[in-house]
Every structure is written in structure tokens, then in C-alpha cells.
Design a protein around this ligand. Structure first.
Ligand SMILES: NC(=O)c1ccc[n+]([C@@H]2O[C@H](COP(=O)([O-])OP(=O)(O)OC[C@H]3O[C@@H](n4cnc5c(N)ncnc54)[C@H](O)[C@@H]3O)[C@@H](O)[C@H]2O)c1
Length: 239
């Protein structure tokens, strides 16, 4: 049995069977939610916060760049907010296709050399909203290039290093650029309620549940770039 104390930069927590956290960081969850769903509340709340900041209007066309778990929860909420068409772009074809197969995205665009050309022939006016869920300069640059003039780009992806982006596009198109970090307590509670009321299904994003001895191989699978695996949950009680 492993133990961890608190969540901080020095001790990011997780991957442990017991953990001490501040009482104000604990939420009581209803009995009708499974442990798998509880583990999914956090990334689901990230998607909800991004969509709240995006201020999507009914009928909007939305592009989500990157279809990892953050991209997919954002895609799910973009639809629930009333977007009429939500596409994802991905460099990993298996993940892009899965976003459509899971019935979350309407369409998948491969993020290759022809990406901008393909998107502009399909959506010549540009997307009303683009949510960037990768953090690299290619993806952030694509978000600026695919949104309509005056449109909104929400930056969710994190890069610890500076990224190079064509700022002139943001200037010329008078874009609204917003950063999104984490979620509010209310949004976290909302995700618990949505799961408890069976209004969202996030179990479909859980590809595998593994024990601590499979953590390394799971990270390798997730970062391979060609796997369709989305979310791997770690159950520290599995040996
Ligand atoms: N802002 C926040 O509060 C917050 C919270 C959690 C995660 N994040 C960040 O959000 C991002 C997504 O998280 P995740 O867990 O889904 O990560 P992930 O690595 O599982 O997913 C990112 C996906 O983006 C794809 N990708 C990379 N470059 C691309 C490009 N140019 N075009 C299209 N797709 C591209 C990758 O193939 C991958 O599938 C990460 O940067 C993460 O650090 C931010």
C-alpha cells in the first residue's frame, strides 16, 4: 500500500491507494456514481470550464484541436451547449476516428499538411469557436488560422515552453483569445450532478483500468502517437 500527502507542486499526488487532502477539496458523491465516473469528474470539469469560457451560441460551428480526454470532454460539452456542428482535428488518426465513432464529434480532420486547405474548403467562413487542447505551436497556430474573423479561441493546452504563433492573424482578424485553467467548484459539482442524473456518459472515454505495475506501459501507450486509447485509469488496489 502506498500513501501520499496533499496535492502541491512538490507532491502532485495520485498513483497511490491513500491520500491526505484538505477537507475543502473533498466533494461528497452520490452512491449511484461508479468509482470510474468519479475519477472522470476532474477532466470532465476541465472541458466544461473551457466551454463556459467559449460562450458558444446555439447553431455555432466549433472546432476542437486535439482529441485526448480534454478535447473529447470539451467536444461533448460544445454539443450540449447547442453547437450545430463540432469537428475535431488530430495528428493521431486512431484518436481522431474514435472521436467520431464514440458519437462525440461530427467530423474528424487529420492534422496533416493539407489540414488548413481541407478545413477552409469545408468551412469557408471559419469556425465560430476553436478550442485548442494540445499546447504546441502547430496546434495553437492552427486555432488562429481556422477561427472566423472576430471569433473566439480558447487555449486549454499547456506548454511549459514558449510557443511560436502567427500573432498577425489574431491582430488582423480581431480574435478573442482566452486562456482556460482548471474549473470552478461549481463546475466540478455540476459534473458530478450530470453524471448522477445520467445526463452525460463519460465511461465511454475510459479505455482501460490498470494497476500500479502497468503505469509505465500505460504512459508509453498514451504517448505512442498511434493508439486509440483515450483515458487509462489507475486502480492502486489492482496488483
Ligand atoms: N488548462 C487546463 O486547465 C488543463 C487541464 C488539463 C490538461 N490540460 C492540457 O490540455 C492538453 C490536452 O490534455 P490531454 O490530457 O487531452 O492530452 P493528450 O496528450 O492525451 O491529448 C492531446 C492530443 O493532441 C493531439 N495533437 C498534438 N498536436 C496536434 C496538432 N497540431 N493538431 C491536432 N492534434 C494534435 C495529440 O495527438 C493528442 O491526441 C495538454 O496540453 C494538457 O497539459 C490543460
Amino acid at each position: 500500500m502506498t500513501n501520499a500527502t496533499g496535492l502541491s507542486l512538490e507532491n502532485p499526488g495520485g498513483l497511490t491507494s491513500k491520500i491526505n487532502v484538505r477537507s475543502d477539496m473533498v466533494f461528497k458523491v452520490p452512491d449511484n456514481i461508479t468509482d470510474e465516473e468519479v475519477a472522470m469528474v476532474e477532466p470532465t470539469a476541465v472541458g466544461l470550464h473551457a466551454i463556459h469560457l467559449a460562450d458558444i451560441k446555439v447553431g455555432d460551428k466549433v472546432l476542437i484541436i486535439g482529441s485526448g480526454i480534454i478535447g473529447l470532454t470539451s467536444t461533448m460539452f460544445a454539443k450540449l451547449e447547442g453547437a450545430s456542428y463540432v469537428a475535431v482535428s488530430e495528428v493521431n488518426e486512431a484518436r481522431g476516428n474514435k472521436a467520431v465513432e464514440l458519437n462525440v464529434a461530427d467530423e474528424y480532420f487529420k492534422a496533416d499538411d493539407k489540414f488548413l486547405e481541407t478545413v477552409s474548403s469545408k468551412i469557408p467562413t471559419g469556425f465560430d469557436v476553436v478550442i485548442e487542447c494540445c499546447g504546441n505551436s502547430n496546434a495553437v497556430g492552427s486555432s488562429l488560422m481556422t477561427v472566423k474573423p472576430g471569433g473566439t479561441v480558447v487555449l486549454v493546452g499547456v506548454s511549459l515552453n514558449p510557443v511560436t504563433i502567427p500573432t498577425v492573424v489574431a491582430v488582423m482578424r480581431e480574435l478573442n483569445l482566452k486562456g482556460a485553467i482548471a474549473y470552478t467548484k461549481e463546475e466540478f459539482k455540476t459534473c458530478i450532478e450530470l453524471m448522477s442524473n445520467k445526463q452525460i456518459d463519460v465511461k465511454k472515454f475510459v479505455s482501460e483500468i490498470v494497476g500500479l505495475n502497468e503505469v509505465q506501459s500505460s504512459y508509453e501507450k498514451l504517448t505512442s502517437g498511434d493508439s486509440d486509447v483515450i483515458k487509462i485509469l489507475v486502480d492502486p488496489n489492482i496488483y
